[in-house]
Structures are given as C-alpha cells and as structure tokens.
Design a protein around this ligand. Sequence first.
Ligand code: IVH
Length: 750
Amino acid sequence: MSSEENAMTKPSDMDEATAKQRLDELAILLGSANDAYYQDDAPDLSDADYDALKRENAAIEAQFPHLKRDDSPSEQVGAAPAAGFSKITHAERMLSLSNAFDGGDVEDFVAGIRRYLGLSPDAPLAFTAEPKIDGLSLSLRYEQGQLVHAATRGDGSTGENVTANARTISDIPTTLENAPDILEVRGEVYMSHADFAALNERQAEADGKTFANPRNAAAGSLRQLDASITKSRPLKFFAYAWGEVSAPLSDTQTGALEHLQSLGFQINDRTKTFNGCEEMLAHYASIEEGRAGLGYDIDGVVYKVDNLSYQRRLGMRSTTPRWAIAHKFPAELAWTTLEAIDIQVGRTGALSPVARLAPVTVGGVVVSNATLHNEDYIAGRDSNGAPIRDGKDIRVGDTVQIYRAGDVIPKVADVDLSKRPDDAVPYHFPTECPECNSQAIREEGDAVRRCTGGLICPAQAVEKLKHFVSRAAFDIEGLGAKQVEAFHSDGWIAEPADIFTLRKRYGEAMQQLKNREGWGEKSAENLFQAIDDKREIALARLIFALGIRHVGEVAAADLARHYASWDALAATVDAAASAAIAHRAAEEAIVAERARAADESRRANLSAARETAWAETPSEAKAAWDDLTGIDGIGATVAVSLVTTFQQPSERASIDRLVEMLTPTAPEARATDSPVAGKTVVFTGSLEKMTRAEAKARAESLGAKVSGSVSAKTDLLVAGPGAGSKATKAADLGIETIDEDAWLALVGDG
Ligand code: IVH
C-alpha cells in the first residue's frame, strides 16, 4: 500500500460508519502484518507502508475517539516489519540440527557415526555435550580482528544484516586480538529470565505490549530496525560454533571453544567432553535437572563429535551436520477439549485432519490446533492396523491430551474416555474432497486419503501455488502465501505460469493492482520486478517448486545435478514412461498377490509376470528408467511419481507453459578443479578405508556424480574386494576400474 493512497481518504472526509469500517480493516491489516513479522518471520509490508497504515489508524482514532477498538493497533508496539534489513550471504551455510528424543536415538546417532567412520566399537570417540540454548542463532564475521558484519540464520544461506544491532550486545566483542584474519563466530542470542521479566514489566508500563517468552523477546529485540531499541534490551550471546576461518581454531571442538573463549566470547560452562553414550546421557540428565536454576531457557542438549577431522569427514546432509545432534527435552503436555475436526487439502491432494481445540497453554505457547495425522490415527490404530492409545478413537467433544515438542506441530496424544460426552459419535472420515467434492481415495499401502480432483481442486491449486512461491522454491519477494491466496481467489492466478504473465496480462495491471487494497504503484511495480527477477532460476529450485509428490528439496537437487538442464530431465522422464508403467503394474501385481496368498508357486508366477512386463518394455525406456533410478537417492517411487506427473496431460501442459517462460540454470559443479569433477562414479564391493556413505559424500563434494549402477554413462568404477556383476559389466563396457587405494590417491586422500 502506498502512502499516497492512504492519504486519499482523509479522516476529516469520513462519516462515522466509514471510519468504523476502516478501523476494522486496519486492525486486520496491521494484525496480519504483525503476524507475518513476529510469528511467521516473513514480513509482507514494507516499513513505510506499515507506518502509513499506523498513521492512518491514529488519525481516524483522533477524529473519532469513541470508535477506538479495544484491541486498537495503536496500543500494540511492534516495530515496523523488518523488510528494511539488507541480506547477507553466509560464507558457509548456517546449519540446523537433527533431533534425538530419547536415549535410543542418541545411541543410534553414536553407532551411526562409528559406522560412517568405520570405527570399531572400542575405538575411542569423544563427544561434547552442552545445553541447547533457546534463542536465535547469529553469525558474526570478523576480518583482521574487526567485526564486519552480523547476520541471522535466515534460510541458512542468506540471513538478515543485523550488524548495528549486534554491536550493541555487550557479550559480542567488536574487535579481537590475535584472531585468525577471517573468523566467523556462530552462537545464540538469548535473554535471561530475570531480564525478560524486567523487560516485560517495563513494556507493560510503557505501552502494554509484552512478549510471550524469552526467545520471542530476544528475537523481537535483535530484529529491530532501530538499533537503539536493541541497545536498550538486555541481550546475551553464547558462542558454540564457527563458519569460515582462515586458520583452524584447534583440532577439537573443545579446543576450538576454549580458543573462542580466549578471544573474549562467552561459552557455556556446562559444556563437557565424554567418551560414550552412557556418560553423555548422564550429563543430559544432570543438565535437565538443573534446568530451572540456569536462569535462561534451554530446550535440550547438543552432542558434537569432538575430533574436528572426524567432523570434516562426516560432513553434512542437506541442512544438518552428521556430526551433531540435539537431544530435546521431553514434550510438554496439556488437556483440553476437541471442538471440531476440520479437513485440510494439501498440494498433493492429501486430506489432513486438523483438531480444533479449546485454546490451551502448552509449555508457554497457546495451542488451538493440532494435527490428527490421518484417518487411522483418529480411529486409534497405526498404519499396520495395530492399536495406538490402547485403541481409543478420537471424537468431537472428547477431552484430549495435547503434546508439543519444540517446533514440532502439536498433536493429540491421548483421550480421557471418562470425560467422553454421551452423545459423542465416532468420526467418519470423508470420502469426498471437502473443497471440490471429487472422490477422495486411499490407495493400497497409503495411510493417506487423497482428493482425485487434481488441478480442478481449488485447495490443491492454492497449496501448489503456495509451495511454488515458498522460500526453498521461487521465493518471490512480496508474493507470499497470503498474496497467492488472494490472487487465486480473485481469479488472477490459477497455476504457476500465470504468475509470470501477470505483468503482460494486466497491461493495465498496474492500474488494477494498485486499486487493490494493500497495493500502490510502487509496490505493484516492485512485485512485477521481483517476479521478473526469478525468470532465471536454479534448476533444482524449479524442480522442487513443481510440488511433485516425493520430489523434495534433496531429490530435486540430485536430479538437477545429474541432468543439469530441464530438457535433459524432461527427455529422460518422458523416455522412461513405459518402463515406469511396467514397473508399477508389476508392483501392483505383487501387492494384489500378497494380499491373496504367498505360496511359492504364486510368487514364481509373479516374478515371471514381472519379467514379461519388463521384456515388453522397449530398451530405450529401460535405459532411461535405469538412468533415472541409477541416480543415488532417486528410487522407483520418485521415478514413478515424476513419470505420472509428466504423463498427465493437463499437468504437463501446465508445467510446459511455465518452463517456456523461464531460464533454468544448471547447478554449479561443486568443484571443477578436481580430477573427478563431472564424472559419473560407481562404488562396488567392500571398501576398507572409508564407508560407502563417506565415499559418496566425498566424491560428490569433489563434483562427481555417484551412481548405484553401471551403465554406458559410467566413467569410473571403484571396486573393492568381492565386487561382482558390476565389475563384470564395467569390464564388458570397457569402463575404467580402479581399487580403493587408487581412488584415494586420485582424490588426494591417499
Ligand atoms: S550447534 C552446525 N550448539 O539450535 C551446528 N546449536 O536446532 C550448528 N542452538 O540452529 C548448531 N544451542 O540456533 C549448536 N549449543 C548449541 C546450540 C545450538 C542452540 C540452536 C542453533 C541451531 C538450532 C538447531
């Protein structure tokens, strides 16, 4: 919304009814802007626009004081949304952590690391264990000992520039002595309980706005456009990790933390080093016991492999390191009543039941919705038909127990049957889509019931569009979930391609858009520009953005790396069609056969049937199928899903319309100067100096593609002892074959 536009309706020209209506509208607009900023961390208005709305609200209230709403936006502080922060690209990605919820998960974590590194059970392997601080992470970059910038985590690759704010935090040194020339220090900004209570008291006195918990207070205080506000808030900082460094800090995690401490950073004094699971879990228990007396919020314990060369070898998955894990404290629980069960339709048509609850506070957060997963969950059984909650079903009117763990969506964990109303009836899961009335079916082996409406289902279309513009997909500035919903309901956009014709279709769009509430000439032009900026898009993002079932961020990246162009991917998926159909037919036959009986002769018949299906498949189709499913990480499920989408005429036409308007860019080879960059490598047989997972990760980090099967496209086979058919096939195809030592020598690890 432009400020000019707001000025158009002056309060002095307004009658009382209009004024009241406008105040109601402003309460909604400002409320949703606050939510977008504070809760979703995704501001949808610029500072100037937000300020203009607040001024308009104040002006109307001044003119009509008796119309002022009880929940007037002028009573709520809330700095302008932080659209004004510039962005900083992290020199090294800021990772998050995978979670462990019990001792068994921690044991699995430790065992997995031993396996990955190929360590025997008695080889020494030390871990640090430290509190997981419940604040927000911050990366501080020092060059020649000077703090040059500070950035929030953002999406891990790019964060917000909060340098001026970070400089006001006394735990953060602005100059360092004897530090490496380049040093990125990472850690958590948090607020102590005492400071939080005092701040809330001051806030209540000053303007009524208080924070729900110390983490919100810390986040709200750090992400202030006006650094003097941050300065007035008592924030603290613990260092626990680092990003780019020009010289190693140490060869252990413990040593590195001590180094950071010697440079002037606060490190957590409950950090200790241990040699095994038992000791780690004992430390967890002692931290949990002392939790209330710490004086600040923690939500678990983080374990990290102490040896930094092991950390390097372990590397990371897409967003989390393999060498660390967060062991979360147990979930919080509360009882409340289930008022209704609503069905939401997702982008792949999944019907998801949502519990609408009488609001209840669970661990400091008010919860009014919880997931009910699927129809089996409501009925009290798991996906194999075994009872859960002792077989108790969930009914509207029931008193239910809500479970909330960290950032996980709350769920209904239990039912108190003694409180069940007499008239409560079992819930009947709909067999029709509540949004488009198409049939909703549940396929064999699928826990989820899905709407079959495809593109005609408005809910699926909207969810697809929301996914399309989401952060990991097209991430178009100014086009978030809310705008997409509004544009869709107005008939402006029905499918992703429509986003890219907005400017053209609405030749006078500027005119129309700006007449829409919330838009001015400048914001409309900004939106069109932001859309144009995304016509050139990373191939992986494009693939992910299509929202194809089973094709998540990781699969999309694997596909992009392998095919490097949209056309190559599409050609292979198209070519693989008949093979995928044969595969699916054979699979369906297996399921049906299993359902009937499993006697030996039937099984033999079945595998014969499968052979026949494959025998009738043209060899080019089989080659394309093998190519697709040969990509490490891409299995038959993803391949079938891709083919199904590409073969569905209206879906395909919609994808083609989109791709035509875009320039997908090939992923950068991870390393171009390595001897294996761009090569397709297959590992087979047993490897002795590294595990298979490690070999794959290392090869990929050097720019190689790792495939699970040998084909004409294979450049190199690394064969350990016991290599079987793959080695024979490679020999037949004349593919270079080397042993593990030769591989290590080749990649410089020998
Ligand atoms: S280590 C590469 N250590 O938890 C590992 N993270 O859930 C980087 N956090 O994004 C994180 N206390 O914001 C680490 N002692 C600690 C932590 C910690 C809190 C946060 C951090 C991270 C999040 C993951």
